[in-house]
Design a binder for this molecule. Sequence first.
Ligand code: ADP
Ligand code: GLC
Length: 486
Amino acid sequence: MRRVLFAASEAIPYMKTGGLADVTGSLPGYFDKEEFDVRVIMPKYVCMNEEFRKQMRFLCHFYVNLGWRKQYAGIFEAKYKGITYYFVDNEYYFAGEQPYNHIHEDVEKFAYFSKAVLEALPYLDFCPDIIHCHDWQTGLIPVFLHTIYGDQNYYAGMKTVYTIHNMKFQGRWNLQAIMDVTGLPEQIFVPDKLESYGEANYLKGGIVYSDYVTTVSKTYAYEITTQQGGEGLDGLMNARKDDLFGITNGIDYEVYNPKKDVYLLQHFDEQNVVEGKAANKEQLQKELGLPLKKKTPLLGIVSRMTNQKGFDLVAYVMDQLMSIEDIQMVVLGTGEEQYENMFRYFEEKYPDKIKANIGYSEEMAHKIYASADLFLMPSLFEPCGLSQMMSMRYGTLPIVRETGGLKDTVTAYNEYEQTGNGFSFANYNAHEMLDTILYALEVYRHHKKEWVGLVKRAMREDNSWEASARKYEALYRELVDDNVKD
Ligand code: ADP
Ligand code: GLC
């Protein structure tokens, strides 16, 4: 049996702010159980749902040295859909109403978490061959493993895989402060290790010290080796090119399934997609107080509201878009105030056309994926993107910018060859986006047969986890077998 431990700051169903949680919580269920035992470790946040907290079983406790600090760590365990999750408990670090706070608090919080993960292992009945770390919050795990824990027998030969879900967030902070918090030797705070542009950088640490580095799509794996996409680390990504793999995410086909989605009153499949979507649309219009119009094209947005997601383009052409007589838009999202307010403003201006749900709701997300005709995701950059795949599964055609994983998962409609599963545009330009939306609306209104063909192709697209899980398995196998040879 090969043992793999996922270490992450969030995982469904326990904590989710974005796609990271979907990946760390659903991928472990897709490995071949005969060969791989994959478990997850994450923080036990005070703001977690009480129902979940009650199900966690206390395993052990110990203390973690963080420079001069000595901090309590409790380890809890729970099972969800057959997968074992471990939780690190410390109510000082993991307090608050959300998992992330200001970066200066988070760098200490996740230095603590990373060390606690390594300290916890000897107490568990699970000694991983590989620790699979995700994003900057766990970047120090490979660093600690190869420095402070390097000469301890228990950790000898343990390998690390590091997955970058977003290069933009690097966990960067003042060198002295990070030296103090981590207790790591000064010699590793240098440009070819943990230092970057005068600061300590957790993501960089993870990339430098891991055996393999992966990211969540092929195109993004390329983009981060370029100056435009590298967020200042393109040199390093080029240096690690031979150990860098782009593995496109999947989505959970059990949860995102129009045939049995727990949030939908009207289930449907490819055969009755036209009627099924129309019924869902009508219900959503009713729920949100939009005019009940089955034929009006409905544009959906479900997204974290950050500049990554392309909302500057949307703001720029919204008035033009709303000048179309027959159109509706439903938005769900939360994040930066400027974007939340922008959607609130347009809702007020066009109350019969736009509904802006500012907040987080799993239920509303599923309803939008199922009810909308088009899903707008004009991202500035997108490591993979799950929302476009979720909408396709429900026959909602994505309109995306050709970047990162959006480029790899959406093929633009070709009216001559009758191919494609959505609509796309190349440049980060508001009018290019608007033209693409107008073109999509034209197909929707005047080429019904072709539209239904597109919808069915989108639904047939296989974006399940199976193919990606096999690729991770191959990497794990290489690493563990490599160890046996040593
Ligand atoms: P990112 O991870 O960059 O936010 P992804 O497309 O990979 O983008 O994943 C986003 C995930 O978060 C999807 O599961 C999407 O449905 C969900 N999501 C985003 N915003 C909300 C929200 N306000 N309410 C519910 N789910 C949301
Ligand atoms: C990040 C990226 C998103 C990706 C997700 C899961 O949040 O922004 O593109 O799909 O991680 O890998």
